[in-house]
Design a protein around this ligand. Structure first.
Ligand code: GAR
Length: 409
């Protein structure tokens, strides 16, 4: 979840649109964490206070910089900010800055075009449409790359005030929250370091910033039978089912329990080694002992790795059994961090062979917001190959979970 600072000068209706969008889910990848106002009597400050968002009045750029150094936003939004920022300021601020402007750029913009003045000029010129633009800020006033625009017709009874209100309601408050969500999704750190089309199966284990334990398991598929699978909850465990009759596959590689619980431990794997680990623990054995009796899958020519994890009350372990060897990794829980392992490394497939995951499970960030974590992971898996995803956040026995299937039962 990205941290957003909003800069305002007046009424703050665009700030309000962002706050409302957070509450109704239109803006879910970022949160307004601070409001900076250029005037102490801006009504925007009351809106921030009502929403429980801290604010500061900062009248010059050096005051603004010191606020930004403290709150460290990932992104800044100018929502009715009436001053032009200097090149020195823009050079110092390393995060994207987005502005909303009440006209269709490149018309009626730049120095001198702000607030009501824009609408006066629009009416005077006799143009038949106007609107609003969301754009990135650069050293040219209203000159940065355009992110979104929306137009409306000018009506015979429009006065500058009426037109301003109509542009706000119909254009600004609509496109600003959506554009901010789009930018957040683009700049948010990704679970996969490089865009990857086909990762196979994947496991994430770790901890949320506030200390809850977190796990995720997904399957992607290319073949018809692989794509016909769905996850289903079975008590506190997870099972995989087929949505169609199919005899052309080895059921042990496709239908298994990806998640089983024994004592205070959760086992997550991409195959029937879940049961091998379960039985071993039941008989006093260990995660490692169980997996040493197993090897990679017999699906030549890929020889898909078997990936497994166990979450115990005091730490989490991951393992990968592949042709190159059997590997085990052990981690302590670190708030806000997880480890991510998946079966295939990248989608270049010389001779059609899928390359096995290389190296240590990667460190990934885990947020407190389960829905956001699950949604972003599901989105990153991409529409072509994702099949199912299961995410669980838990604290002792209590848990919340989220399940996605592309197929219906
Ligand atoms: C809005 O129309 C915004 O687009 C405009 O000022 C108004 C502020 O309203 N911004 C500019 O003119 C920037 N050049 P608000 O304070 O109610 O959001």
């Amino acid at each position: 979840m990205l941290k957003i600072a909003v800069m305002v000068s007046g009424g703050g209706t665009n700030l309000q649109a962002l706050i409302d969008a957070q509450n109704n889910g239109v803006l879910s990848s970022g949160r307004v964490i601070h409001v900076i106002s250029s005037c102490e009597d801006a009504y925007a400050l009351a809106r921030a206070k009502n929403a429980g968002i801290p604010s500061t009045v900062a009248k010059n750029e050096s005051e603004i910089i010191s606020v930004l150094e403290t709150v460290k936003p990932d992104m800044i939004i100018l929502a009715g900010y009436m001053k032009i920022l200097t090149k020195e300021f823009l050079d110092r601020v390393k995060v994207p800055i987005v502005n909303i402007h009440p006209s269709l750029i490149p018309s009626f913009c730049g120095k001198g075009f702000y607030g009501l003045k824009v609408h006066e000029a629009v009416l005077k010129s006799g143009v038949k449409v106007t609107g609003a633009t969301v754009h990135f800020v650069n050293e040219i006033p209203d000159g940065g790359e355009i992110i979104a625009q929306k137009a409306i017709d000018i009506l015979p009874n429009d006065t500058p005030e009426v037109l301003q209100r109509r542009v706000m309601e119909n254009c600004e408050w609509v496109i600003l929250p959506r554009a901010v969500e789009t930018v957040c999704r683009k700049i948010e750190p990704k679970i996969f370091p490089h865009p990857q089309k086909y990762a196979g199966r994947g496991i994430i284990t770790g901890m949320s910033p506030s200390g809850g334990k977190v796990l995720a398991y997904f399957i992607m598929g290319r073949s018809v039978s692989s794509k016909a699978r769905i996850f289903e909850r079975s008590g506190d465990n997870l099972i995989i089912k087929l949505t169609r009759d199919d005899k052309n596959f080895d059921p042990s590689l496709i239908l298994y329990s990806p998640l089983r619980i024994i004592g205070g431990n959760i086992i997550i794997t991409n195959g029937d080694q879940t049961d091998t680990i379960y039985d071993s623990l039941k008989n006093g054995g260990t995660f490692e002992e169980a997996l040493r009796t197993r090897e990679y899958e017999p699906d030549a020519p890929h020889y898909t790795p078997r990936i497994s994890a166990i979450m115990t009350p005091s730490g989490h372990k991951q393992s990968i059994l592949k042709r190159a060897g059997k590997y085990f990794y052990e981690y302590e829980y670190t708030p806000g961090k997880g480890r991510f392992i998946h079966t295939y490394d990248h989608d270049v497939m010389p001779g059609g062979v899928l390359p096995s995951f290389e190296g240590e499970p990667r460190e990934v960030n885990i947020p407190d917001d389960m829905n956001h974590f699950a949604e972003s992971l599901w989105r990153e898996l991409g529409e072509d190959y994702r099949v199912a995803l299961y995410v669980r956040y838990y604290d002792g026995e209590k848990y919340r979970d989220k399940l996605y299937n592309t197929q219906t039962a």
